[in-house]
Structures are given as structure tokens and as C-alpha cells.
Write a protein that binds this ligand. Structure first.
Ligand SMILES: *Cc1c(COP(=O)(O)O)cnc(C)c1O
Length: 383
């Protein structure tokens, strides 16, 4: 094993993702519009950044980010998941806010370096924690007129993060009174401007007892788009015949997790439908899944909107949440309460985790093994 072992004093079980955690630094690169060049990646010890107070990042939200994670396999190797897909999505996000696209090779190199430099913070195999990886780019030069910056800073941070194994199904509500993404807006980009305005609505929902918020399309308020931080997957079961329904919309972030589910489901012979999902279909699903890198596949217990409640997950035979079971209130023959003990969400979650944790083969070429810094960028600058 080429990497140091995890520090003995790190209590993986108490990680919340909210506190500041130890690390060995982040990777930093700058882009100059004048020269058209990206600097060589450096490992910077301090997490604090120097940024001009008049930068477009701070004033106009000229910024984009990504989220990935990595795990250890049974031999202690560190596995990275679908790097190129995240690289391409970040390049797309950059385009929405006039940021020069981070080249795919550079994105991948910086993520590899950040992981290699922080390898001991990747939890041991079998521990319910992951190393979360946060690439972020922003316009960092002073520029008061509303024009793009002349200098950009691209960073890759890492943070040990709890992995929610077997999380209970959670109640969701549809946001009523706020539109996340305009019909011709920026909804498909992972840019800060899509997130901050949603925070008050997430807080309001939380105060009302909802753990997660779901958005309908802004134009007609009749089509399901996505959760505030993750993708929507509806599951229909007829015995063991499973159909996954995934919203097809220009205004949602294309989810790598959701795409992975589609590939896995297809490999199982399940049907995958990518198409607009009318609100009126919510009563026809046996399971609803929130899919995203941070939380993996979370079961949705119920979706509330105005006076309506759709219930999904129920207690399985062993008190396990999230089994294919729909309440009679869902109307229509599909929603007959009948717990078969079979949960497509659990099946997909296990398959995905087994690939990510190196417990299973990687037939789709999603995994790459982390290598030491010197194999990626010999003599990397550290400051
Ligand atoms: C990041 C994100 C997702 C999930 O994308 P993954 O690639 O699966 O992590 C879905 N919706 C929103 C709004 C997001 O920000």
C-alpha cells in the first residue's frame, strides 16, 4: 500500500461534514486570461484563500463547483469514481458563467493530486466514511464592471465525510412559492447562484419537518425536476419487473449517480425511462430515490405538496425502511400496499457501493486507483 494509513485519532463515526476536519492541504491552480495559461498545480497547506474583495466571484457569483468522492477497497487501495464525467460537467458549468473551461486533463490531474496528498484521510475499507472531493473555480481578480475576471483560481479541497449506510427513508416536500431554475436559465449548471437562493426554502422545509426539498418546473409547475441537491428517480415495480423513471429536463443538473443507476438497472434487465415526469405520476411510484454523490441513494418516505401527500417507503419485515411498498392512498392499481421485501433502491445502492468500495468488479470502467503524488506530478510545489 503506497499511502500512509489513516491517523489513529480520527473518529470517523463522529464526522458530520459540518466541522472543519484535518487535511494536508488543497490543490491550487490559476488561469490568466492575458497569457491563456494555467499554472502548474501546487499543494497549498492553508485552506484560507486570498481573494480580492472586488472579485466577480464574491460580487457576481462567478463561480462553479463539483462534488466527487473516493473510498478504499479491501486491500487499502483508494478508488476514484467517474472522474472524466465530473470533469466534463464542470467544463459545462463554467460555460454558463463565462469562466474558461477547466481542461479535462487538468481537472483530473488536480483531483488525483488532492486525493494522493490527503490519502490518509480516506477511511479504511468497511468504515462508513468517504473522502469528499470538492473542486471549485472562481473569478478571483478585481473587476467592478460586470465583465468576466482576468484571473481565475481553481482549487480542489477534500474533506472526510460520513457515508450514510442504510439511512432511513426521509420525508420530502415540493417547494411552493419559489422557482429554482428558469425555463431558459442556468438550472443544469453546478454554480453557486443556483444554490444560495434555495437555502431559505430548505430551512423553511426543515422547520416544517421535511428533510429534503423537491422542485417542479418553473413554467408549468406540473413536471417533476429534481431535489435541491440531488436527482429524482421514480421506481415502478410489478413483481420483479422494475422500471426506473428519470426526469429529462434542460433545467436539472445531469447526475453522475443517476446515470450510474440507469446503467446498472439496464444491466439487470430493468427498464429505464428518461422523459418528462408529470406531477400526476407521483402516485404511481412504489419507491422514490434521491440520487447524488454525497448521500448516494436515499429513499424518500413521502412527498408533500399543498394538501397532498404521497407515501412510498414502509417498514420491511426486519424494520428496514425503503422496501417496495406503496400505500393504498396512492390510488390506481399500482399502489397496492404489499411489502415483498424487494427494494430496487437497496439493490442499486448495494451494487453501486460494491463497485465504489472495490467489493465487486467494475464492468463499466468507472473506477481508477489513486497513485502517489510523485507518479502524478513529480516534485509538486508545496507551500
Ligand atoms: C450535484 C447535484 C446533483 C447530483 O449529481 P451527482 O453527480 O449524482 O452527484 C443533482 N442535483 C443537483 C441540484 C446537484 O447539485
Amino acid at each position: 500500500m503506497p499511502f500512509p494509513p489513516p491517523p489513529a485519532n480520527l473518529e470517523w463515526a463522529t464526522l458530520s461534514g459540518l466541522q472543519e476536519t484535518p487535511d494536508n492541504g488543497h490543490i491550487e491552480v490559476k488561469f490568466s486570461v492575458k497569457t491563456g495559461e494555467w499554472t502548474t498545480p501546487a499543494l497549498v497547506r492553508s485552506p484560507m484563500l486570498q481573494i480580492h474583495g472586488l472579485s466577480p466571484a464574491l460580487n457576481y457569483g462567478q463561480q462553479a463547483y463539483e462534488g466527487l468522492r473516493c473510498h478504499r477497497d479491501p486491500n487499502g487501495n483508494i478508488l476514484l469514481f467517474r472522474l472524466a464525467d465530473h470533469a466534463r460537467r464542470m467544463a459545462t458549468s463554467c460555460g454558463f458563467v463565462a469562466i474558461p473551461a477547466v481542461p479535462e486533463y487538468l481537472f483530473i490531474q488536480c483531483v488525483r493530486l488532492a486525493v494522493a496528498a490527503n490519502a490518509e484521510y480516506v477511511a479504511p475499507h468497511g468504515v462508513a466514511a468517504a473522502l469528499y472531493i470538492r473542486p471549485v473555480i472562481f473569478g478571483s481578480s478585481a473587476q467592478v464592471p460586470m465583465l468576466p475576471a482576468d484571473e481565475y483560481t481553481f482549487c480542489v479541497y477534500t474533506q472526510p465525510f460520513p457515508a450514510y449506510h442504510g439511512v432511513n427513508a426521509i420525508p420530502a416536500c415540493i417547494v411552493d412559492g419559489f422557482d429554482r431554475a428558469a425555463p431558459q436559465g442556468t438550472g443544469r449548471a453546478k454554480i453557486g447562484g443556483n444554490y444560495a437562493p434555495t437555502i431559505p426554502w430548505m430551512l423553511k422545509a426543515r422547520q416544517e419537518g421535511f428533510a429534503i426539498t423537491l422542485h417542479l418546473d418553473s413554467k408549468t409547475q406540473s413536471v417533476v425536476e429534481e431535489f435541491s441537491t440531488s436527482a429524482f428517480i421514480g421506481v415502478k415495480c410489478d413483481g420483479r419487473n422494475v422500471t426506473l423513471v428519470m426526469p429529462d429536463s434542460n433545467n436539472i443538473v445531469p447526475s453522475v449517480t443517476s446515470d450510474s443507476c440507469a446503467v446498472l438497472a439496464t444491466s439487470l434487465g430493468w427498464v429505464v425511462e428518461k422523459r418528462p415526469v408529470p406531477y400526476s405520476e407521483l402516485g404511481l411510484f412504489q419507491e422514490v430515490i434521491a440520487a447524488g454523490t454525497a448521500a448516494c441513494l436515499v429513499g424518500i418516505a413521502s412527498i408533500s405538496y399543498k394538501q397532498q401527500v404521497f407515501n412510498y417507503a414502509g417498514k420491511g419485515p426486519n424494520g428496514v425502511n425503503g422496501h417496495a411498498e406503496a400505500k393504498m392512498t396512492n390510488g390506481n392499481g399500482h399502489g397496492v400496499a404489499q411489502d415483498t421485501g424487494f427494494s430496487p433502491r437497496e439493490t442499486l445502492n448495494k451494487m453501486l457501493k460494491n463497485i465504489q468500495d472495490g467489493n465487486a468488479d467494475d464492468p463499466f470502467g468507472w473506477i481508477e486507483q489513486a497513485r502517489p503524488v510523485d507518479e502524478i506530478l513529480p516534485g509538486m510545489i508545496r507551500r
